[in-house]
Design a binder for this molecule. Structure first.
Ligand code: SF4
Length: 456
């Protein structure tokens, strides 16, 4: 009803679309091995094929004018009782996603039978969705009907993860910024913002002027600590200032900066880490150290090489701190240890702190979040490091980022041209080297909020 004026999918979204289509094609091939598959060309054609009892209908089109519903299931599969089941190929590995459940639930409603819908998931599993999704579908249809007759634009709230990839973002952002909507604040859930607005607190300035003790108890905002944090976040953004909550205390030892790059577009639940990057003293480009593997087939070799490298660092330095940003590196080491049944390995136990000594892994993001409130919309490494008034470190490849790296690695996998592969690998290494250099710069910056006697 209200299309975005212009929208060009960025390379990452395009990559996801292509991967989704590829997954759909591979499911189509699988179905073709066991069934005769007919491709539908229209609503009428779908209906005719169903009446003829086609075993599988690809790219089906369903509609129910009375209910005001249309749907485009990837497949309709004829059950032995003669009725049809809707089926979709989805790249996700989780069948409990609300949007997915609603979509498949609407197909069931269009087919008007009790058979569950089928989801062919990205990790090779097949899931069924039955009556349990009906309530979600009812609520969704009611919401859509309300919106259809509503002449004003509905209230929406900013979501840091969703809005930035949404085709309506240009439109919505202008409105959020004009209103200085509180949902722009880091850590502010949409529902919380809605409830605070109902209590008369709409803008960042209004929230900044509140006493945390007087804020109402609303969803995601029941503890005093959380309330204090959102008020401080509002003040930090409003006044463009850093608020220091505590002295930053960093662990002692030799710091080695650590960052991994992994490929989420794998066909199993096991992400392949293709690059384990490290930066040891004196932290120049020359010290950049890494393990690279070309593809998933070398996953185990890469993991063993990483452990071997960590062992060498352990032997070289008496006391080590592996600084990384966010919990991702630690969680990944844990997952790899489980993947290869190596939780008893001496180096794994040391890295994860499973013995009677603390883990040498240190999460810099936690150090930031525990001690500082910053005038930014999100606490990602790039947001903090690139900010000219904060760390002010710039990546050599300006477009680089986690999504960019997924696209580059996918191109690396696809290409058979040695020179192109080498160029892509060089770029990915430069990106990872900048990441570990950024965490080093962040460490130095954080030390300015700690005891000045701490070593640099
Ligand atoms: S609020 Fe965000 S997700 Fe919703 S339409 Fe606007 S930009 Fe898109």
């Amino acid at each position: 009803m209200h299309q975005p004026t212009e929208y060009e999918a960025d390379p990452f979204i395009q990559l996801l679309c292509d991967a989704g289509l590829q997954h759909e094609r591979s499911i189509l091939q699988q179905l073709r091995r066991d069934h005769t598959v007919f491709q539908a060309t229209s609503f009428d054609d779908t209906s005719a094929l169903m009446q003829q009892g086609a075993p599988v209908i690809y790219q089906a089109r369903l509609q129910n004018n009375e209910k005001g519903l249309i749907g485009f299931p990837d497949f309709l599969i004829r059950h032995e009782n003669g009725l049809y089941q809707a089926a979709d190929a989805k790249l996700t590995q989780r069948e409990n996603k609300k949007a997915l459940q609603i979509q498949l639930g609407v197909y069931r409603r269009l087919l008007n039978n009790q058979l569950p819908a089928i989801v062919f998931l990205g990790d090779g599993r097949t899931a069924s969705l039955g009556n349990e999704v009906d309530m979600l579908v009812n609520a969704f249809i009611d919401d859509m009907k309300r919106l259809q007759i509503q002449s004003d634009q509905p209230h929406v709230r900013y979501s840091h993860s969703r809005c930035r990839i949404c085709p309506y973002f240009i439109h919505c952002r202008a409105q959020f910024e004009a209103k200085q909507d509180i949902s722009l604040l880091h850590g502010m859930h949409g529902r919380t913002a809605e409830l605070l607005a109902q209590a008369g607190i709409h803008s960042i300035a209004q929230l900044a002027s509140q006493d945390a003790e007087n804020l109402p108890d609303v969803s995601h905002l029941s503890s005093l600590k959380r309330k204090q944090r959102v008020v401080q976040q509002a003040r930090s953004v409003l006044n463009d200032e850093i608020i220091q909550l505590n002295e930053v205390i960093l662990p002692e030892g030799t710091w080695v900066h650590f960052d991994i790059e992994d490929n989420p577009l794998v066909t199993t639940r096991n992400r392949h880490v293709y690059l384990w990057g490290l930066l040891a003293p004196p932290y120049t480009d020359k010290e950049f150290d890494y393990i690279w593997t070309d593809d998933e087939a070398q996953d185990y070799v890469g993991w063993l090489s990483f452990l071997e490298k960590m062992k060498r660092y352990r032997a070289r330095y008496a006391s080590l701190v592996f600084a990384h940003y966010s919990n991702h590196e630690k969680v990944t080491i844990q997952k790899y240890a489980e993947r290869y049944a190596m939780l008893d390995d001496d180096t794994v136990q040391w890295l994860l702190g499973l013995r009677n000594e603390p883990s040498p892994l240190f999460d810099l993001q936690k150090a930031v979040l525990d001690n500082l409130v910053l005038p930014i919309a999100g606490y990602g490494l790039k947001e903090i490091c690139k900010h000219p008034k904060l760390v002010n470190f710039q990546w050599q490849i300006e477009a680089s980022g986690s999504q960019w790296s997924v696209v580059q690695f996918s191109r690396f996998l696809e290409s058979s041209d040695i020179q192109i592969k080498q160029r892509l690998k060089t770029e990915l290494l430069a990106y990872n080297r900048d990441d570990v250099t950024a965490t080093r710069k962040l460490e130095l910056w954080l030390r300015s909020f700690s005891n000045p006697k701490q070593a640099v």
